[in-house]
Design a protein around this ligand. Structure first.
Ligand SMILES: Cc1ncc(COP(=O)(O)O)c(C=O)c1O
Length: 367
C-alpha cells in the first residue's frame, strides 16, 4: 500500500466521463475565458457561502490581492494577520503595497489570537486578515467587534475553510470580503489554478470585476489601473460540477477526522482541538509530536507520505526579513513549526488506507 500526501486520481476515475464531457462542452462553446460557466459558478458558489456576490479570479492569492485592493489597501497600510499560514497570505498583502503586522496564534487551535489585536494596532492599521487555517474559523465575533470599534476592514482568508461554519454561518460571509482558493488540493479543488472573491457588497464586487480585467468595464478602455486575473471557463465548469459533491467531501473529511480521533487518542500525538462555535471542515488534520521528523521518516519506510503545514513561520523566512521580525517574536507560532505535521486527509482516502496509517503510527509510537 502507498499513501500519498494527497490524491486526485481516484476522484478523476470516478468522474472522468462527466469531466471530459464538460471540458468538451466548453471547448465547443466558443468561449474559453470569463464566460457563462464562470458567471454560473460565481452565482452558485457565492450563494453556497451565503453571500451576494462572487468574482472568479486566477488563484486564491489573487483573490486576496484584489480583495485587499478593493478594500482600498495600498502603500504603507498595515494589515494584521498571522505568520502560521501559507506564504500567499503574506505575499498578497505585500503585493497590494500593504505591510503585514503579525499577531501570534492560539496554543490549542493554532488560529489567530484575537486577544493580541490591540497590541498590533497602530495609526496605520487599515485591515484585519484572519486566516481560517486547516479548515476552521478564527473567532470572528472578536475580530468583527474589534474592527468595528477601530474602523478597520476585514478580509477572510478562506483558502482552507470552504464548507466550514462559524456559529452556523459559512466562512466567507463573516467579514467584509473573503478570498477562496480552488487550487487542486483544496476542499473544493479544480483541475488547475482558480480563486474567488466573495462579498456581500456590490461596490467591492464591481471593483474586483474591474481589477481582474485591466480596470475595464467594457472593452479596451481602462477606468482604473488593473490587472489580469481571469478565471477560465473550463475550470469554472468543473468546479460547478464538483460543487454538488462539496457537502459530501466535507462530511467524509469529518468522518476521517473522527476515526483519527478515536484511533489515535492516547497515542502520544496531540490531536486537533475544535475551536468554539466551529463546524470544522478538516482541510488538514494537523497533529503535534516532539520527535516529528523520526515519525515522518518511519512512516516513509511504510510507504506513507506526510506534509508539514507549515515548517517555517513566515516572519522568520529570508523572503520576509525586511518586515523586521526576529525569532522569539511569535513564540506559539514558532513552537508549532517545530513539531506539527499533517496526517493524510482527503475524501478519497479509503477506510482501509486510514486503518493502515493508524496502525503504522501506533506501532511507531509504541502504543
Ligand atoms: C491559507 C492560504 N491562503 C492563500 C492561499 C493561496 O491560494 P492559491 O494557491 O490558490 O493562490 C493558500 C493556498 O495555497 C492558502 O492555503
Amino acid at each position: 500500500m502507498k499513501i500519498q500526501v494527497w490524491d486526485y486520481k481516484k476522484e478523476y476515475e470516478i468522474h472522468q466521463k462527466d469531466i471530459l464531457r464538460l471540458v468538451d462542452e466548453v471547448f465547443r462553446s466558443g468561449r474559453l475565458v470569463l464566460g457563462e460557466s464562470v458567471c454560473e459558478f460565481e452565482q452558485a458558489f457565492s450563494a453556497y457561502c451565503g453571500s451576494n456576490y462572487g468574482v472568479g479570479v486566477n488563484s486564491g492569492t489573487d483573490a486576496l490581492l484584489l480583495g485587499l485592493k478593493a478594500l482600498g489597501i495600498g502603500d504603507g497600510d498595515e494589515v494584521i494577520t498571522v505568520a502560521n499560514t501559507a506564504v500567499p497570505t503574506v505575499s498578497a498583502i505585500m503585493s497590494s503595497g500593504g505591510v503585514p503586522r503579525f499577531v501570534d496564534v492560539k496554543p490549542g487551535t493554532y488560529l489567530m489570537n484575537a486577544d493580541q489585536l490591540e497590541q498590533a494596532l497602530t495609526s496605520k492599521t487599515k485591515c484585519i486578515l484572519p486566516v481560517h487555517l486547516y479548515g476552521q474559523c478564527v473567532d470572528m465575533n472578536q475580530v468583527m467587534k474589534f474592527s468595528l470599534k477601530h474602523g478597520l476592514s476585514v478580509l477572510e482568508d478562506c483558502a482552507q475553510s470552504t464548507g466550514a461554519l462559524f456559529e452556523g454561518k459559512r466562512s466567507g460571509c463573516l467579514g467584509d470580503v473573503a478570498a477562496f482558493s480552488f487550487y487542486p488540493t483544496k476542499i473544493l479543488g479544480g483541475y488547475g489554478d482558480g480563486g474567488m472573491v466573495v462579498t456581500q457588497k456590490e461596490n467591492i464586487a464591481n471593483k474586483v470585476r474591474r481589477l481582474r480585467m485591466y480596470g475595464m468595464e467594457g472593452q479596451y478602455y481602462s477606468e482604473e489601473h488593473g490587472y489580469n486575473s481571469r478565471l477560465d471557463e473550463v475550470h469554472a465548469k468543473i468546479l460547478s460540477f464538483k460543487l454538488q459533491y462539496l457537502e459530501g467531501y466535507v462530511a467524509r473529511r469529518r468522518q476521517l477526522a473522527e476515526v483519527y480521533r478515536q484511533e489515535l487518542c492516547g497515542s502520544g500525538l496531540t490531536l486537533p482541538e475544535v475551536a468554539e462555535g466551529n463546524y470544522h471542515a478538516y482541510y488538514l488534520y494537523v497533529v503535534r509530536y516532539p520527535e516529528r521528523d523520526m515519525v515522518i521518516e518511519e512512516l516513509k519506510k511504510k510507504n506513507i507520505f506526510l506534509n508539514i503545514s507549515y515548517p517555517w513561520p513566515i516572519h522568520t523566512m529570508r523572503g520576509y526579513s525586511s518586515l523586521g521580525y526576529k525569532e522569539g517574536d511569535l513564540p506559539v507560532t514558532e513552537s508549532l513549526a517545530n513539531d506539527i505535521f499533517s496526517l493524510p486527509m482527503y475524501p478519497s482516502l479509503t477506510d482501509g488506507e486510514q486503518e493502515y496509517v493508524c496502525n503504522a503510527l501506533r506501532a511507531i509510537l509504541g502504543k
